[in-house]
Write a protein that binds this ligand. Structure first.
Ligand code: DP6
Length: 398
């Protein structure tokens, strides 16, 4: 039996992917760019065991067996096996040739270290982890981001750490629609990220369905894809390479705003942001106006949660400011409100408090995660960390 465990990160786009030119291959209408978040705070862990003793491929997600009759999952498995078939075979440590493994079935066990219901990008980390782990098991080397892309578009960017671009590509086959690292996770070490998990129980329109509707009905989308994003990709790459926070932050906010504008231009319209999201937008602009410099940026995906970017020296003041205006509610007092990296929280100065014209609104946020930019998928060397036992069965079930 071959058994491998990997952990893979979540990523958050600063230039958004929204719209496919090919639904089946998941080819986007524009390139996109993201920051990979540290796996210490948010990650998916996946163990894959392959054996000639297994009768069928099986998958368990968060402790429950799920059907493998899912076209995207099946595609990722088939593509990895296909690539393994093409590659030169060198025997594994037990003398098994990869060619002999091609008929082996797999057992896959996967878990998130964060609540799936929080609406954080779990499919990106999930498919990136699946593909990274399968590639290790079947000894497939090189860029496999095009396989992760076929699980979920944004997953291809979780195959690398630091800042990553997904090049839209031109080929009909999708072979040039791949992710590439822009800079490593150590390049801009001062960058900090705050995830504001908004209290909200409504299920948003899924990204897949939402973007399909946008492609069909929004006249603004082709304008964005053809006229706006190409220049923004260049400007964003330069801002990151030059560690120019002001440009980085302004482009991030403008691109998030344009993505949500394109959603509103969809017919019927799609709105992912709620009142709390809009309060966060006001707070960030008020903070920047008070500081007379762009010190913080927001971005929102297909839901109301906000992701803020700031630099290490400003985290304490920004977090204290957010915590003052959107404080924890009494009902949630048992839970840790600010999670992840440590930060000093204080009462904001009277001047900063008066920069905002609304009163504090408790219970708007469920919690905040303080994190940073991190690496791509990593292999866990210690078998104790794996989710599958030596008989090839899940260690724990729900
Ligand atoms: C708003 O990658 O989840 O987060 O390819 O259909 O699986 P599918 O969609 P998905 O869409 C992500 C959309 C986004 C923007 C982004 O991450 O770039």
């Amino acid at each position: 039996m071959e058994i491998v465990t990997c952990r893979a990160p979540v990523n958050i786009a600063v230039i958004k992917y929204w719209g496919k030119r090919n639904e089946k291959l998941i080819l986007p209408v524009n390139s996109s760019l993201s920051a990979t978040l540290d796996i210490d705070q948010l990650c998916t862990k996946t163990t894959v065991a392959a054996s000639n003793k297994f009768k069928t491929d099986r998958i368990w997600l968060n402790g429950r067996e799920e059907s493998l009759d899912n076209p995207r999952l099946k595609k990722c498995l088939a593509e990895i096996r296909q690539r393994a078939r093409k590659r030169k075979s060198s025997p594994t440590k037990d003398g098994v040739t990869p060619a002999a493994m091609l008929d082996w079935k797999v057992h896959i066990c996967s878990e998130n270290n964060f609540p799936t219901a929080a609406g954080l990008a779990s499919s990106a980390a999930g498919y990136a982890c699946l593909v990274a782990t399968l590639a290790k098991v079947f000894k497939v080397e090189g860029n496999v981001s095009d396989i992760a892309r076929q699980g979920s578009g944004s997953a291809c960017r979780s195959m690398y750490g630091g800042f990553v671009q997904w090049l839209m590509g031109e080929e009909e086959t999708g072979e040039d629609s791949i992710a590439e690292q822009v800079v490593t996770e150590d390049y801009w070490p001062e960058m900090r990220i705050l995830i504001l998990v908004v209290s909200d129980h409504k299920k948003a329109t899924s990204s897949t369905a939402g973007m399909q509707s946008t492609v069909e009905t929004s006249p603004l989308l082709p304008h964005r894809a053809e006229k706006i994003v190409p220049d923004r990709m260049v400007a964003m790459t330069t801002a990151i390479e030059e560690k120019d926070f002001k440009t980085f932050a302004e482009l991030t906010m403008k691109d998030s705003n344009q993505f949500h504008a394109v959603c509103l231009d969809t017919y019927p319209p799609i709105s992912y942001m709620n009142d709390t999201s809009r309060h966060i937008v006001r707070l960030v602009h008020a903070f920047n106006a008070f500081k007379k410099q762009t010190k913080a940026a927001y971005t929102f995906d297909a839901g109301p949660n906000a992701v803020l970017f700031t630099l290490e020296n400003d985290v304490s003041e920004l977090l204290s400011f957010i915590n003052h205006f959107l404080p924890q509610g009494d009902e949630d007092k048992e839970d840790v409100f600010i999670r992840g990296l440590p930060a000093d929280i204080h009462t904001p100065s009277k001047e900063l408090q008066s920069a905002v014209t609304f009163d504090p609104i408790p219970n708007s946020l469920r919690y905040i995660i303080h994190t940073k930019v991190g690496p791509g998928p990593v292999t866990a060397e210690d078998p104790e960390l794996g989710l599958i036992d030596s008989n090839g069965q899940p260690k724990s079930l729900k």
